[in-house]
Design a binder for this molecule. Structure first.
Ligand code: GDP
Ligand code: MN
Length: 391
């Protein structure tokens, strides 16, 4: 799960990590009060207006604006609140900005990068820093990866003092600033562990002209499987920022991920779902989604799966590929028949059922008056559905 910058900063603050603070609003009517509050609480005379969306690259897309006066801040809030912000992470359709943060502007001397994530190949968390922080970090990672310094964290030991000092030294920090950095890195790792994060990223981490180390931006993602341990974080979820079909699918415990092809897929089991996507590609098509209806698929799951697949206007044909191991194919067939009758289907559906009671299922489908294309093998099914999708 992702959260907004202002929420992430709230968590950092709770761990005693200095942040660029501010007030977040959803309505233009709150703008003046927010500016006043930032002025009062933080003594700010200059402001930075920041779009709150779950995507990076806001600065480059025009979603972060420095404002040298109260009037400029107001102008920028008007511009950003309600805009459709396009960044390299939103796709061409962009994202509607529903919240903006009115932040205290800081005088920046240096911009660094700091992040923690799990390195799956090492089986360890890694703490990364770079002196080349700011808006070009992707470019740095691509062209000069040696400028990103890493410390792998041994499970059980945590981020050790010498590692935190190495990281601070890698940023060229000395004396008081290095001390501040060491303390901050240890708090960041503590937060990462205690809150079951999958990513904590501070970009940029800045040194101000006054010599303070401050998190100017913050991005935190959480491990969904641990969210039940953190109800206060689960509450921060912003469904407006997520794909509506994925949100709907989650309600029914369906594993759905939208993709950009034309062949809708309904499959049971993640492995079969992956190989279904592969074979569709292999025969020249492209999948519109990943959908694992799970081991206990029944009439309801099939119906809901269908509805969610069909809500995607790109879908030109649907492939149902079910292996009856725990589930019986005849139950799936009944689900398909009911769903097709109920949902007023306007695209061809190819069905391949294999395993327990597959023969009964085939008979049921053949006897019913729903029009589906039956397939015998996996490959046959893929070819038929790709052909159908191409119309
Ligand atoms: P992102 O583009 O989505 O990563 O948004 P950031 O919060 O990182 O802001 C983008 C850039 O705006 C930063 O890298 C800074 O260069 C600049 N910026 C943000 N806040 C301030 C500020 O208080 N003062 C100054 N001078 N620049 C800022
Ligand atoms: Mn940033």
């Amino acid at each position: 799960m992702k959260i907004h910058e202002y929420q992430a900063k709230g968590l950092l603050k709770g761990y005693g990590i200095p942040i660029q603070d501010g007030v977040t609003i959803e309505d233009l009517a709150q703008a003046e009060a927010a500016i006043d509050a930032v002025n009062k609480e933080h003594g700010a005379e200059q402001y930075v207006i920041k779009a709150q969306i779950h995507a990076g690259g806001r600065g480059k897309g025009g979603g972060v604006k420095f404002s040298s006066s109260r009037e400029a801040a107001l102008e920028n809030i008007k511009k950003i609140l309600g805009m459709t912000l396009v960044t390299h992470q939103t796709g061409a359709e962009g994202r509607l900005v529903k919240k903006v943060m009115v932040g205290e502007a800081l005088d920046i001397k240096q911009e660094f990068y700091a992040a923690i994530t799990l390195d799956r190949s090492k089986g360890m968390d890694v703490f990364m820093v770079s002196s080349e922080g700011g808006m070009e970090i992707e470019e740095v990672a691509r062209t000069s990866p040696e400028k990103i310094i890493r410390e792998a964290i041994v499970p059980g030991f945590g981020l050790r003092g010498f590692q935190a000092r190495n990281l601070a030294a890698a940023l060229g920090l000395e004396g008081q600033a290095a001390k501040q950095a060491v303390g901050m890195f240890q708090k960041l790792y503590k937060l990462y562990r205690e809150l079951d994060c999958s990513i904590v990223e501070i970009n940029p981490l800045v040194v101000t002209e006054q010599g303070n180390l401050v998190a100017l931006d913050a991005k935190i993602n959480f491990d969904d499987n641990a969210l039940f341990l953190h109800p206060e974080i689960a509450q921060m979820r912003d469904l407006d920022e997520e794909d509506p079909a994925e949100v709907e699918a989650a309600k029914y415990h369906l594993n759905y991920i939208k993709l950009d092809g034309t062949v809708g897929c309904m499959v049971n089991g993640a492995g079969l779902a992956m190989s279904t996507m592969d074979i569709i590609k292999q025969v020249g098509g492209s999948p519109a989604n990943f959908l694992d209806v799970g081991g206990g698929a029944n009439v309801e799951t099939v119906k809901n799966g269908f509805r969610i697949i069909l809500s995607d206007p790109n879908v030109k044909a649907v492939l149902i590929n079910i292996f009856g191991g725990i589930v019986r194919c005849d139950r799936i067939a009944n689900g398909i028949i009911e769903a097709v009758k109920e949902l007023d289907l306007n695209v061809p559906v190819v069905v391949r059922l294999a395993g327990t009671n597959a023969d009964v299922a085939k008979e049921l489908l053949a006897k019913s008056d729903v029009s589906i294309i039956s397939a015998d093998s996996f490959e046959d099914a893929a070819q038929k559905v790709v052909h159908a999708a191409k119309g």
